[in-house]
Design a protein around this ligand. Sequence first.
Ligand code: NPW
Ligand code: K
Length: 481
Amino acid sequence: MRGIWTTDHVRQAEDRLLAVTPEGALMRRAAHGVAVHAARMLAEHAGSVSGRRVVLLVGAGNNGGDALWAGAFLRKRGVGVAAVLLKPEKAHPQGLAALCRAGGRVVPLADGPQWIENADLVVDGIVGISAKGPLRPDAAELVERVTAPVLAVDLPSGVEPDTGAVDGAAVAATATVTFGALKPVHVLNPERCGEVVFVDIGLGDELGEPDLRRLDAADVAAAWPMPGPSDNKYSQGVTGVAAGSAAYPGAAVLAAAAAVRATSGMVRYAGHAADVVRWHWPEVVATGSIFDAGRVQAWVVGPGIGTGSAGRDVLVHALGQGVPVCADADAITIIAERPEVLDARDPDTPLLLTPHDGEFERLTGKAPGPDRVAAVREAARRFDAVVLLKGHSTLVADPAGRVLVNKARGSWLATAGSGDVLSGLTGALLASGLEPWLAAGVAADIHARAGELAARGVPASASGVLAAIPDAVRQARSLAP
Ligand SMILES: NC(=O)C1=CN([C@@H]2O[C@H](COP(=O)(O)OP(=O)(O)OC[C@H]3O[C@@H](n4cnc5c(N)ncnc54)[C@H](OP(=O)(O)O)[C@@H]3O)[C@@H](O)[C@H]2O)[C@@H](O)CC1
Ligand SMILES: [K+]
């Protein structure tokens, strides 16, 4: 699992490390990483390193200092380097001196746009982890002029470091070189960061517990349920799916099929689409009603069940069975409209809610807003449930405050029925006995991989995503060391 730390925690860790490190050493290490990657980008985008032109956008703090030192290193490789200083009186003195010693030039702010237009590469050292609010007008104006590839130092300026939110002009980096720790922006707004390159500056021991976590392929592979020699169809966990209706059987078919694809255990379906489900997936044990469905180890309830009294009865029944429940779609609306249905829940029964933004707003009375991590954490605490907030980056929070981030792999999953596939996957993992927080995170990972595999650059349907689940699992397993 990769850890991700908020800027407050990174700053505290840096302070502790700085106290025991020779002055300037950390910055030079960071800047060296920037220069190495800048040279790589020049070679790739401009065809050579020596003789190329790099423009540094330099803000008032250490982020600008990193850029200035990187410029000094690039000079030594024959690169022409010009620095545009946003606040000349506050530019990092040692960095500036190093750049000037190496033959770099400082250009007036007014000439910045012209230099930027002729650059082969722009290095963004405007702000790093101490950024506050939207970019100031002079910085915003420079950023808007950039057409060359951009290498962001630590993070793309103008993107809020802890939430990934953008308000106004912001750098869209081709690559971001970050130091010491991944910060929330890198996983919450990956589009603005481009390729994220990590440079170790020895912060590891100082960081403590991460604020967010991301699953690696190895975590997904390790968590994925694999039958052992003594397993049978029951021992691997039976998934129950209560979804769809006679008029709208699609949700039922997709959710049940995703559970079939995700596990070699058994899948039961209960609802008015039993005939259609059975016809498409004969391996599903289908019945017309949840009340005679038999034992399961987890229920998926909601997609397409309607929000009336019949749907409510189904949800209340599932909540009273003493097994984990993944409540999605209509089940979320039912809970939002009548929170008392949760009284049926056995207090020890794990509940997993999987809202998209609209359902989240219905459920909590408030849209997730720019700080999605804070919003999902609060909802998890309030409902004493694991909450998976769908979005470009999917977030999974548990009541204890742990948050998993699943970085998007393109936008292909924004397609009808895609959520039904995710809830079926999640249900199968819950039934296998995975703890709900991890089950949701692993399901989101495989769902995103399947979406990417199904799409391969063209639109994908939910059925395509469903069909790609086995390959997604194979991919995660093959990437694990
Ligand atoms: N500490 C370490 O060991 C290491 C740190 N390292 C590096 O230091 C970086 C953090 O540096 P930092 O703390 O000096 O602040 P930083 O992010 O450069 O901001 C500086 C100033 O910008 C301004 N400003 C704020 N908001 C703004 C806005 N919206 N639009 C425009 N301007 C804005 C504001 O100044 P003001 O203009 O208010 O005087 C603020 O004080 C970190 O990201 C990493 O790159 C590495 O070298 C590794 C070792
Ligand atoms: K930056």
